[in-house]
Write a protein that binds this ligand. Structure first.
Ligand code: GLA
Length: 672
């Protein structure tokens, strides 16, 4: 059975599938043509891995030599009491051979290694290679619907709820170590939660107050901890503890850099406590960054303390080395097609046709597999006064809070033309906000659409009193105010975003709204975004589930979404935002699957009916993997529960010895 349909089926269990409650949605999206070519069998939840002690363990030969020379403890002493054991039955090519390199190419640059303070390492799978999180979402694409009972375990090997679901108790793997040999335990959890998440001076990825009302953490022993919530919650809440929100950091390396423990430290110095070039840093991930040549390359070597094994007892990962070539996102696809890179999420539609043609030649080094539409772009208008510089900014933001203004802008967009500007062919489909059509939660009947209708857009803008009072072709703010000029920031490293913005500029220009494009590099873009220093922003955003970085999409805590931040905790949410917030809370806390399903539909309706964001297009993406890579499951979607770098389970990938790429730093591990 098709997985997406089956998941939908489960969520729909006991609910009538015809229109439920809600308002009649006047305009509907055109029919969609699905381009997905993924085919796969689904497996049970415990078929992927479990936790158990094996009779014996083995390791990469060069580590065995180091252990024999006394340079490392024996492998059994480096592993936890019960390692995570990947099952052979779920590996498409079976257990692997050690050695070689897995070569990534990415467009981002490491900001620094302090992920607890919100720093990223350059995306494209590098963050995920070093951060391990309490639970895991990526591989859930492979789990059959009746076993979709929540996230998969990871650092937390199990958890349980009390009777009224107000307490969640989690159990960590016991006896695991950071890559420098320091014990991994609940002190790392306490530090992550108390001194990062709960400290509002730290830009933690899990934002304060977003997990659940009244969440309080208690440490019970070295490997057990418990949250108490002021209201009952459900298993769904645990999804919030997957990448990128639930990933503890090395407390032993960071505590004395934190202002709470060190009077000389500041929050700025803490954020930068593990700067880009200062390597290695302690990680729980399968590879440890050991060398960073800015704008060139990050080299990672296998983590001798990694806590996962295969059923033969071989310590993972199989690859000794992992590379991240620091280039551009487009180059990631070019290099994968050429065979000089091993992996790409092909997400730049302009390259799709050429890449497909090249990959179809019989000697092509790469496989290309398209999934459902999971990439979506949207214009976000800032509703908050934070970051506004003058009266004009304030007047614009006032306007953005007006539903008719947003709906008018949405009607002014010709999404077919935007799609064709990005890529000729059948790839693009209109996006109107909310779940992407490839999401298991997408519901056509709950999706409102504002089709291209310039006359209607003009009439609505006229109705709002936004006339072109000075006759220069641009409408003015009410009462003879300034021209309506909206600065829109975008990440200048993303060509497909730029192309869409160009189309949006000309289309909105035709209804008298001037857009001024402000391309920023990724770091400045993030700074502007976090500080509210933008009136509009256009960005690619996936929306596969409600729990993946919910702060990007919904007003669930004071600092989110980024386009409606509160000042000192104070803000006035629009009535439909309050409804979204309440529906999200019900979704997270309810144990009734019919009610949960209804909440996903309500949120979809509220977002699209109110044009909370102004969607442009959504496209499928394709996964490109070099043919020498084994265990790369052909069903892996680019973006479903998490990005493919997580969904493909890299610690389990391998290459036969004869085809291995030469290591740059053979025989070495991180030296602390
Ligand atoms: C970037 C890339 C995506 C994916 C993610 C992983 O956003 O564009 O394709 O690799 O990083 O975090």
């Amino acid at each position: 059975m098709n997985h997406l349909n089956s998941l939908r089926h489960v969520l729909a269990a006991s609910v009538c599938l015809t229109a439920i409650g809600g308002s009649a949605l006047a305009d509907k999206l055109p029919p969609e043509k699905d381009l997905s070519g993924l085919e796969y069998e689904l497996i049970g939840r415990t078929d992927l891995y479990d936790y158990r002690a094996l009779d014996s363990y083995s390791e990469a030969p060069f580590l065995a030599d180091m252990a024999a020379e006394g340079k490392l403890p024996a492998v059994k002493d480096r592993l936890p009491k019960e390692p995570l054991v990947f099952k052979t039955g779920a590996m498409v090519d079976g257990t692997g051979e050690y050695g070689g390199v897995f070569r990534h190419v990415i467009g981002g640059r490491p900001e620094g290694w302090n992920w607890l303070a919100g720093q990223h390492q350059g995306w494209g799978g590098i963050n995920m290679a070093i951060q391990e999180c309490l639970v895991r979402q990526g591989p859930r694409w492979q789990i059959k619907s009746e076993d979709q009972t929540g996230p998969l375990p990871n650092l937390a090997k199990s958890w349980s709820w009390n009777d009224d679901n107000t307490q969640l108790t989690m159990h960590l793997i016991e006896g695991a170590h950071w890559s420098d040999g320091d014990p991994f335990d609940t002190e790392d959890i306490r530090f992550w939660w108390e001194d990062n998440v709960e400290d509002e001076n730290v830009s933690s990825r899990l934002s304060k107050g977003s997990l659940a009302p009244g969440a309080k953490l208690e440490i019970l022993d070295d490997y057990t901890f418990r949250w108490t919530f002021s209201e009952p919650q459900s298993e769904t809440l645990v999804e919030n503890l997957a990448y990128i929100q639930g990933c503890p950091g090395p407390s032993h390396a960071l505590k004395d850099k934190h202002p709470k423990y060190n009077p000389d430290a500041t929050y700025e110095s803490y954020t930068n406590a593990m700067p880009g070039e200062a390597l290695p840093v302690p990680v729980m991930g399968a590879w440890v960054p050991v060398l960073h040549k800015p704008d060139e390359l990050v080299v990672m070597r296998r983590n001798p303390f990694y806590w996962k094994v295969d059923e033969k007892g071989q310590q993972l990962p199989y690859f000794n080395e992992m590379h991240f070539r620091l280039s551009t996102w487009d180059d990631r696809t070019t290099q994968a097609v050429a065979g000089s890179g091993d992996f790409s999420n092909m997400e730049n539609p302009a390259n799709y046709v050429a890449a497909l043609k090249q990959s179809q030649s019989p000697d092509s080094p790469v496989t290309v597999r398209f999934g459902k539409r999971a990439l979506a772009w949207r214009l976000e208008l800032n509703f908050s006064d934070i970051g506004a510089e003058d009266e004009v900014d304030l007047a614009l933001r006032d306007l953005f809070r007006n539903k008719d203004f947003r709906i008018a802008l949405s009607h002014a967009l010709d999404r077919d033309a935007i799609g064709q500007a990005v890529a000729r062919g059948p790839f693009a489909y209109p996006y109107t906000g909310g779940f992407t059509s490839g999401s298991a939660f997408f519901d056509y009947d709950s999706t409102a659409y504002q089709p291209f209708d310039q006359a209607k857009a003009n009439a609505m803008l006229d109705e709002l009193g936004l006339q072109d009072t000075d006759g220069n072709g641009i409408r003015n703010l009410p009462n003879g105010g300034d021209d309506i000029e909206i600065d829109v920031i975008f990440n200048s490293g993303r060509n497909e975003t730029r192309k869409q913005l160009d189309a949006v500029i000309s289309q909105l220009g035709e209804v008298g709204i001037r857009i001024i494009a402000r391309g920023l590099d990724k770091t400045n873009f993030e700074t502007a975004r976090l500080g509210g220093a933008f009136n509009g922003m256009i960005n690619r955003r996936g929306f596969p589930t409600l729990t993946r970085e919910p702060c990007n999409n919904m007003p669930i805590s004071a600092s989110c979404p980024f386009f409606h931040q509160s000042q000192d905790g104070e803000r006035t949410l629009l009535p439909f935002e309050e409804e979204i917030q309440a529906a999200y809370r019900t979704f997270i806390s309810s144990n009734d699957s019919a009610e949960k399903l209804q909440m996903t539909r309500d949120i979809q309706r509220l977002i699209t009916e109110n044009a909370y964001v102004i969607g442009t297009i959504q496209t499928p993406a394709a996964l490109l993997v070099n043919r020498r890579i084994k265990n790369a499951h052909p069903g892996t979607p680019v973006y479903m529960f998490e990005w493919a770098e997580d969904g493909i389970i890299r610690e389990r990938l391998w290459t036969p010895t004869a085809e291995q790429v030469k290591e740059l730093l053979p025989g070495t591990i991180a030296e602390y």
